[in-house]
Design a protein around this ligand. Structure first.
Ligand code: ZN
Length: 67
């Protein structure tokens, strides 16, 4: 009998799931599975960053204004 191959301590990288579509991430595009998903996340991130300062400034400016 051969026990070789039963315990193979291979240095496997932890499996990650693409945060966009949930597919196994590609080692070239971590943490995403493809360039498409990386672009999707980038667009989400950028749109979120741009919307935060605008809303905050507006709310503070309008405070105290009464007719
Ligand atoms: Zn993906």
């Amino acid at each position: 009998m051969n026990a070789v191959g039963r315990d193979d301590p291979k240095p496997q990288p932890p499996e990650r799931s693409c945060p966009i579509c949930g597919k196994p991430a590609s080692t070239d595009r971590l943490p995403f599975c493809s360039k498409r998903c990386a672009d999707v996340d980038l667009n989400r991130w950028l749109s979120g960053v741009y919307s935060i300062p605008g809303q905050d400034a507006r709310g503070r400016e309008a405070d105290g204004e009464d007719e």
